[in-house]
Design a protein around this ligand. Structure first.
Ligand code: ZN
Length: 126
């Protein structure tokens, strides 16, 4: 199996409803995102997926969150914009687009601060 990963960043504000502590207050992060896709056999060019294409797909997911208050977005109306939910949201947006390219999205990792990350993945369907 071959894996491809791309990374990107975006800046956003959020607050966590119901959190006891400073994260309940409005504050911002520079989020770093890494998305990993895989393919068992390479395409006819010898690629898992063109880096340019993988990067475009990552940005479809993250650009809509850049310089926003995450709590205002539809995706986080009913759930806190925690790093966990952000990772799951990015995964949900990216997965069908990666699949269209013949590859499979394996996981999405979100760093809220350097050294603290969350990884979301779903079980592979063979
Ligand atoms: Zn935070």
């Amino acid at each position: 199996m071959y894996k491809i990963s791309v990374e990107g960043q975006f800046d956003a504000a959020h607050f966590l409803r119901g959190y006891q502590g400073s994260c309940e207050n409005l504050h911002g992060h520079t989020y770093t995102i890494r998305a990993v896709a895989a393919r068992d056999k390479l395409d006819r060019l010898g690629l898992v997926l063109d880096f340019k294409e993988m990067r475009r797909i990552l940005h479809v997911a993250i650009d809509e969150m850049d310089h926003t208050l995450l709590n205002d977005l539809e995706a986080f109306k009913d759930r806190n914009p925690s790093a966990e939910h952000i990772a799951a949201h990015i995964y949900a947006v990216m997965q069908p687009l990666v699949e269209l390219q013949g590859a499979e999205l394996l996981e999405v990792t979100v760093w809220e601060t350097p050294g603290n990350s969350i990884t979301y993945s779903e079980e592979r369907q063979e």
